[in-house]
Design a protein around this ligand. Structure first.
Ligand code: CTP
Ligand code: CA
Length: 223
């Protein structure tokens, strides 16, 4: 390793990223999920690696792959699997950014045989999943912990509420309202909010540039 690598801002740092949706089984062939593509999380992992970090990417189901040696990808399916993988990795990292769109609810009693159709309505009882981000906030020591917030109304207020409730260092507010931002898109418009009360809005830009902005803000606050 030469001096160029040692001078990278995240050289020697370990970074955890969560990305993508989670799938919660209803029966062997059906699930509850969401439209997350995983792109924002994968861009964060790539950017962290480019800045010199050793990265663990915990990914829900997505067609994306991060084919570089500096990124170790752990593939999971459900919120429960993501929770367990995140808790295994978190104690050893310096920075954790949770960008996954974790299902908030899962079928309370998934069945092991395919549900057959009938002429009557069907109800599926749901139970809450555990909040991975909040659970890491509760055990956090030296780590810099950041989450995302997806809001449709009272954006800043709701995002700040999540930042404090989950004991985070920062939260990235994702603006769904703007044309071209959010799910399935290659661009995003964010506001970076830290626990000191600073609120930094960014322009709509490619997710790779958004990832760079996020790490610039985090690096500034770490040293
Ligand atoms: N998150 C998580 N585990 C969950 C739910 C959410 O780690 N079971 C994380 C997400 O990865 C994100 C942050 O919490 O970084 C906020 O997710 P969001 O869905 O915006 O907020 P919730 O707290 O789930 O509240 P709500 O969906 O009701 O707005
Ligand atoms: Ca949620």
């Amino acid at each position: 390793e030469n001096h160029i690598i040692r001078n990278l801002p995240l050289y020697g740092k370990k970074v955890l990223i969560t990305a993508g949706p989670t799938y919660e089984a209803i029966d062997p062939v059906r699930f509850i999920g969401n439209h997350s593509s995983g792109r924002m999380g994968y861009e964060l992992a790539r950017t962290a690696a480019r800045l010199g970090a050793e990265v663990t990417l915990i990914s829900g189901p997505t067609y994306l792959s991060a084919d570089i040696p500096e990124i170790r990808t752990v593939r999971v399916v459900s919120a429960k699997e993501m929770y367990e993988a995140a808790h295994e990795v978190f104690p050893g990292v310096d920075i954790a950014i949770l960008a996954a769109a974790v299902a908030d609810y899962r079928p309370a009693a998934p069945v092991d045989k395919k549900i057959k159709k009938k002429d009557v309505s069907l109800s599926i009882e749901l139970e809450p999943t555990k909040d991975i981000l909040a659970s890491l906030g509760a055990i956090k020591k030296h780590q810099y912990l950041a989450g995302f917030a997806l809001e449709t109304h009272d954006e800043l207020e709701n995002a700040r509420g999540k930042l404090h409730k989950k004991k985070l260092d920062a939260i990235v507010l994702n603006s769904l309202n703007d044309e071209g931002a959010g799910f399935g898109k290659s661009t995003n418009k964010i506001t970076f909010i830290d626990r000191e009360g600073n609120t930094i809005p960014f322009e709509l830009k490619p997710k790779s540039d958004v990832a760079q902005d996020i790490f610039t803000e985090i690096c500034r606050r770490m040293s």
